[in-house]
Design a protein around this ligand. Structure first.
Ligand SMILES: NC(=O)c1ccc(NCc2ccccc2)nc1
Length: 246
């Protein structure tokens, strides 16, 4: 998969994508991240990329031309059409489901706004999708782009080895993840639940699903209401709720 990022701070984005699982995915050529700086495409000698907002008000707005030229250069750099995503608080909330769909695309482009955002005319003509990583405002779209690169990059085939498999992730089946324990078994902070030491894989799987269901019920009932539970899961959750109440 190829990810092109249009940003005034390309080094920041490249560094985020250079470490860990995503950095390794790039080394293994499972993922390619390229950056495009609109300032390199500004036509005036001041290399301006923003201007004050028509209608007045505080703050600056990113201008059409440098972005349009950067997007054109991005498109010309590879034959595959790019699905262009604009990161902004006005976008649709990013979910793991959407991440999984994006991870299947051959190429996406991430447009990072700064200041008060981007000229609406550019968005109307060049952007396929607007996404938000949460209901808060950042100083730029780069952190949101880094989130997408990470969430999508780690899902590329071969990026995670079995020990890290994505299938057991939180949200992988619409539930929160179960608790996890590392050595030692005995610690001043407490012990490890006995079932996890039993070697009884069916009992361990049952315990983990029960914990995921219980945690989701306690912390994120909204996720639970979106999910149809089979009879087994419903019984496990009832068991958790009875134990929780007592
Ligand atoms: N919640 C998010 O995903 C997000 C994305 C970008 C951002 N800041 C850049 C920007 C500000 C205003 C308008 C458009 C872009 N802040 C938060």
């Amino acid at each position: 998969m190829r990810i092109d990022v249009v940003s005034l701070f390309p080094d920041f984005v490249r560094q985020c994508a250079a470490v860990g699982v995503v950095g390794r995915a790039q080394q293994r050529e499972l993922l390619q991240v390229e950056t495009w700086n609109p300032r390199d495409y500004s036509s005036d000698r001041h290399r301006s990329v923003d201007s004050s907002s028509y209608g007045g008000g505080p703050g600056m707005v990113m201008m059409i031309e440098p972005l349009r030229a950067a997007l054109a250069a991005m498109r010309d750099a590879a034959p595959e059409p790019a699905h262009v995503i604009y990161l902004s608080p006005q976008g649709a909330r990013l979910t793991q489901g959407r991440v999984e769909a994006l991870a299947k695309l051959p190429r996406i482009a991430l447009l990072c706004g700064r200041y008060e955002g981007v000229d609406e005319r550019l968005l109307a003509h060049e952007v396929d999708e607007e996404l938000s990583i949460g209901d808060y405002v950042l100083s730029g779209g780069e952190l949101a782009a880094a989130v997408i690169i990470d969430a999508v990059g780690r899902l590329q085939d071969g990026a995670l080895n079995d020990a890290q498999s994505a299938e057991q992730d939180s949200f992988s089946d619409g539930l929160l993840d179960c608790p996890h324990y590392a050595r030692p078994v005995q610690d001043a902070l407490g012990t490890v639940p006995a079932v996890l030491l039993s070697g009884d894989h069916a009992a361990i799987a049952r315990w983990r699903l029960k914990q995921s269901l219980g945690r989701t019920w306690l912390r994120r009932p909204d996720l639970l209401s979106q999910r149809v539970l089979d009879a087994k899961s419903r019984a496990l959750l009832d068991e958790f709720r009875r134990e929780h109440a007592s």
